[in-house]
Design a protein around this ligand. Structure first.
Ligand SMILES: [Fe+2]
Length: 605
């Protein structure tokens, strides 16, 4: 059974699975070079078919993410619907847009939802996928299914959390005995993810993009400085969901209350909301949270505000998971949704005494929804509970040596083809060179795991400043380490080889105190690091580079950061990698078996 999974909206993406196994997955941003591209993933779908050599007629089913909020993901206005689906905007859509939107907002977007739905069917029909093959899958169900069915767990608590998706911000399921049981949820206006995003925005960073910076910055702050500030989101009375304290409980689901609040507090904003958004309570939660922050954080240093956000996020979600694990008597947790990109939060959950194993879907944000929706549909149609742990996430495009050679030749850079490029990379890293490694299939998800990575020595902490300057980045967390699996337990407190999260850089560990001085460039101010543990079977080339560096330096650890320039998506094609090299991001480009560098750095053959 071949299923195509499609997520349109923030970080649009597509994936193909066959009998439950992921064959190919990619985010549109990697192809069109627009970070977290918000739209319909036309090019990703084309790549899925090209890579698997399948025609649309050979696809058995299409899973389309979002069941209840098509109008949100297509951009809320009629002209947006047409533009995002590459269609000409008809005159009526422009003329009727405003009256329709005002009316439709008062009935919570039902009219636009059905227009969006039929437009999506039309678009897919034009691509060769008839309506009878297409089904909509709920946003959080796709997050949850992706986490559970890729974890290899037989049974588990499954928890999702994000800003919002399909009118919900968190959901809990219990996967057990061939059954995926819905347990609890939090509506979007009670979102703890929204709270974290509001702090991100308050501190001058971009929402849905820079939340990781807040996690890094938080380690420098002191949560005691904000202990008097009431948290806007807390656990509900029964401890099973989250609750926004700025919306009275009696007003939940009362959209007219939301409009009235806007009107009373700021009539200008009221008209803006009425003529744009359908999710009025969510918008009110955002507005009230921002107001609270402005009032409470005035004069406070950024790091203390970040520490408030991190502590509060951990307080709420760790407690929620803890109570649910105890209540449903399970010791495994599978997690997904953008909130679980927070590696510190994940560490706290992994450290709960009742929790033996955690798995965070490697593409935990909406970039993983194409896979998640397809995996859900497979289980739903086949009811085959058997599933295997997804060992590696190199699921994107790859390029032959011939294609790479032509790309290098086109720009006329000095280069050499090497038999043992990994050995030479190991030597260059020992000599403190910064190497861009481009190899095999591109990673699925936000982390570069060695195939589109920048590698450097972890021995000098000042490399963080140098490299961030060269890449034009601002980061508060040091670069992440990669380590040979045989050595991981010596360096990271509590590491055990059966743990799944460190294979994908989705959790932090305390660095063993005697090792901190050896690898200062990857140890955060709080003594933690978020490692990727490398096994030979998963990435032989990366394993060879680490082994070569170990031979040269005595250290089994390297810096691994994503191969991209400032605010750009991770490189996908050889041309992208060459452009980053030409912009001065790296000293050496090790691309396939080709070494590209200044003449002075070419290895002596
Ligand atoms: Fe999401």
């Amino acid at each position: 059974m071949k299923i195509l999974g499609i997520h349109y909206g923030h970080d649009a993406n597509a994936a193909i699975i066959e009998d439950g196994k992921v064959l190919f997955a990619i985010s549109e941003e990697r192809i069109n070079r627009k970070k977290f591209y918000w739209g319909f993933p036309f090019q990703s779908i084309a790549w899925c078919l090209k890579h698997t050599d399948l025609a649309p007629q050979q696809i058995d089913h299409v899973a389309l993410v979002n069941l209840n909020a098509q109008q949100d993901t297509l951009g809320n206005t009629l002209p947006n619907f047409y533009e995002r689906l590459n269609r000409r905007v008809p005159q009526f859509a422009s003329v009727l847009n405003l009256p329709l939107i005002i009316f439709d907002n008062l009935v919570q977007g039902n009219l636009r939802r059905s227009i969006a739905r039929s437009m999506l069917f039309e678009t897919l029909k034009d691509l060769g996928f008839p309506k009878h093959k297409v089904r909509f899958v709920d946003h959080h169900l796709a997050h949850a299914a992706g986490a559970f069915f890729l974890s290899g767990f037989r049974d588990s608590l499954v928890v999702t959390s994000d800003g919002k998706g399909d009118l919900v911000s968190h959901r809990t399921y219990l996967a057990r005995d061939n059954y995926f049981e819905y347990l609890h949820e939090s509506p979007d206006f009670n979102s703890i993810g929204l709270f974290y995003s509001c702090i991100t925005e308050y501190l001058g960073f971009k929402v849905l993009r820079h939340e990781g910076k807040i996690t890094g910055l938080a380690a420098y702050g002191d949560p005691k400085k904000t202990a008097h500030i009431p948290p806007p989101v807390s656990l509900s009375a029964n401890g099973m969901s989250t609750q926004n304290n700025l919306i009275p409980e009696a007003r939940f689901n009362d959209v007219y209350w939301g409009y009235r609040q806007f009107y009373e507090e700021d009539p200008q904003l009221f008209y803006k909301i009425l003529t744009t958004k359908s999710a009025v309570l969510f918008e009110y939660a955002r507005y009230a949270t921002n107001q609270l922050f402005k009032k409470s954080f005035s004069g406070l240093e950024k790091e203390h505000v970040a520490a408030f956000a991190q502590k509060h996020l951990e307080d709420v979600l760790v407690k929620l998971v803890h109570q649910q694990v105890k209540r449903y008597n399970t010791n495994r947790v599978a997690m997904s949704g953008g909130t679980f990109g927070n590696v510190r939060l994940n560490q706290k959950i992994a450290e709960l005494p009742e929790v033996d194993e955690v798995y965070i879907q490697p593409a935990m944000g909406d970039g993983g929804l194409g896979v998640g929706s397809a995996v859900w549909m497979y289980w739903d149609l086949s009811e085959k509970w058997e599933h295997e742990f997804l060992e590696q996430v190199y699921l994107g495009p790859e390029y032959s040596d011939d294609q790479i050679f032509k790309a290098i030749q086109a720009v006329g850079l000095p280069h050499l083809k090497l038999d043992d490029i990994e050995g030479e990379v190991g030597k260059a890293l020992k000599n403190n060179k910064i190497v861009g490694r481009f190899h095999g299939q591109m990673e699925w998800g936000p982390r570069a795991l060695g195939n589109r990575s920048i590698l450097a020595s972890p021995q000098d902490a000042t490399i963080n400043e140098t490299l961030n300057h060269r890449l034009n980045r601002t980061e508060f967390m040091p670069f992440a380490p990669i380590i040979l699996e045989d050595h991981a337990a010596d360096y990271f407190v509590g590491y055990a080889s059966e743990q799944l999260a460190p294979r994908f850089m989705t959790v932090t560990y305390e660095v063993a105190p005697p090792k901190r001085n050896l690898i200062p460039a990857v140890v955060h101010v709080d003594g933690t690091a978020r490692p990727q543990v490398v096994r030979e079977s998963e990435n032989p080339s990366l394993h060879r580079i680490l082994s070569a560096y170990l031979k040269q330096s005595g250290l089994p650890v390297l810096i691994n950061t994503s191969f991209n320039m400032h605010e750009e998506p991770i490189v996908c094609t050889p041309q992208d990698a060459i452009r980053a090299y030409q912009a001065g991001a790296i000293d050496i480009l090790a691309i396939g078996n080709y070494w590209v560098s200044d003449e002075s750095l070419l290895p002596k053959s």
